[in-house]
Every structure is written in structure tokens, then in C-alpha cells.
Design a protein around this ligand. Structure first.
Ligand SMILES: *Cc1c(COP(=O)(O)O)cnc(C)c1O
Length: 236
């Protein structure tokens, strides 16, 4: 990676952090209450190193093989690894063994396997239940109507710690429509907290809808290209 590429990442990261601070200020959120998850899929290890040097520690990966290679290359760095990709049931072990967090749990079968396969000696796997707030058949995520039962069942699993809800809504440009989708997630979360679940994480908001997500209570926004620039075609 060239000096220019390093500078670009440092500059983008600073701009993204400012954008988050501005959104916090604009929507009466406490300064520092919204965390940046840098989604580093298909970015080279050198790009992550640059972000680490700028104080970024939470990284999101979508692909298991690529995630494993990066963990090995960056062993010893103070990184919190988040899995944000789709999970097939035959892939749960790699998630349970290699990640600190998973944002894409959307059914009980997957949650049970993750809990069973979480190695002894590791802390519980921190997880978010992914919810399909847009109601599109093609998108993954639990249906809103099943969230309550699912959240309680997941919260009872011994080796998972349910931290909250995640969504990846349909991309819309109107700010009010973006807010309406995020509000559904935040209302679901409030209902679960009122039930007695100790949830503190709302994983929602990407580069095109970060402000709407922060306005509706996001605690973790997931940004990739806004931090790293365009993704290379192939993992490197
Ligand atoms: C890739 C991805 C992101 C980041 O997307 P960008 O367009 O690179 O900002 C966020 N969340 C999830 C679940 C992703 O898969």
C-alpha cells in the first residue's frame, strides 16, 4: 500500500468520525455513544493496519476464509472481530471459534449451534439478532413478528450474549423513510428491554443512512467504503 493510500484511509476515517460526532450533536445523542464498525471485507491487511494505527479497533468481516487469514496476519493487534456476513448452518463453527461478535443471527437453529460451538475458555459470543424491517422476501433477517420469541430464546443460550438488534434495510434515499425503518428496530429493542432483556446495541446505519440511524438510536454504525475507499475486486 502506498503512502497516498495510507493517507486516504486516515483522511476518510477522520471524516467518518466527524460525521458521526456531527450526527450525535444534531440528534441529541451523547458524544461518543455511537461506535464505528469498520467493515473491511475484501480490503487488504495493510488497509486494516492503517486504520489500527489511527485508533480503529472494531472490524467487520463477511467471509470466513478471508476473516481467518486476517486474524492470523494481525494476531496480537488489539482488534475486536465482528462477523457481519450471512451465516449458513454449516459455517457456524468458524464464526463461533473466530469472532468476538456476530451481527447476523436470524434464526434459533443458528444461534443454538453458535452457542454449542463456542469454545470453552472464550467469553460468550456477543451477538445481535438481525431483523428484516423492510419486509422484503429477498433480504435476510427475522420477521418482526418473531423477534420477541427469538430474542428471549437466544438470550437464554449459555455461550451467547445477546446485545441487541441489527438491520440492513432496503436502500431508500428519503430521510423520513430511512428513519421509519430504523425506528421499527429501535421500538422492537425498547419492547425487549421492557421485557427485562439487558440490551445495549442497535447495529444500524451505513454510509448512505448513518444520520437517520443515529437519529433513531443507533449505537453501532457499519461503514466500509466510506472508511477504506472502493473495495478491490478480489480479497488480497
Ligand atoms: C459490506 C457491509 C457494510 C458496509 O458497506 P459499505 O457499502 O462498504 O459501507 C455494512 N454492513 C454489512 C452487513 C455489510 O455486509
Amino acid at each position: 500500500m502506498t503512502t497516498t493510500e495510507h493517507d486516504d484511509i486516515a483522511r476518510r476515517l477522520a471524516a467518518v468520525r466527524q460525521r458521526i460526532r456531527d450526527a450525535e450533536a444534531a440528534y441529541d445523542r451523547e458524544t461518543g455513544s455511537v461506535e464505528l464498525l469498520a467493515v473491511s471485507k475484501r480490503q487488504p491487511v495493510s488497509a486494516l493496519r492503517t486504520a489500527i494505527a489511527q485508533g480503529q479497533h472494531a472490524f467487520g468481516e463477511n467471509y470466513l476464509q478471508e476473516g481467518a487469514e486476517k486474524r492470523e496476519a494481525l494476531a496480537g493487534e488489539p482488534i475486536e472481530w465482528h462477523f457481519v456476513g450471512a451465516i449458513q448452518s454449516n459455517k457456524t463453527r468458524a464464526v463461533a471459534e473466530g469472532f468476538d461478535w456476530v451481527h447476523t443471527v436470524d434464526r434459533l437453529k443458528i444461534a443454538r449451534r453458535l452457542s454449542e460451538q463456542r469454545p470453552d475458555g472464550l467469553p460468550p459470543l456477543q451477538c445481535c439478532l438481525q431483523v428484516n424491517v423492510s419486509g422484503e422476501a429477498s433480504k435476510s433477517g427475522a420477521e418482526p413478528a418473531e423477534v420477541r420469541a427469538l430474542a428471549h430464546a437466544i438470550a437464554a443460550l449459555p455461550n451467547l450474549r445477546l446485545r441487541g438488534l441489527m438491520t440492513l434495510p432496503e436502500a431508500v434515499t428519503a430521510f423520513d423513510a430511512q428513519r421509519a425503518a430504523f425506528r421499527q428496530l429501535s421500538e422492537q429493542q425498547t419492547g425487549l428491554i421492557n421485557d427485562g432483556l439487558a440490551l445495549d446495541t442497535l447495529s444500524m446505519g451505513m454510509s448512505n443512512d448513518l444520520e437517520a440511524a443515529v437519529a433513531e438510536g443507533a449505537t453501532m454504525v457499519r461503514l466500509g467504503t466510506a472508511v477504506f475507499g472502493p473495495r478491490p475486486e478480489k480479497p488480497s
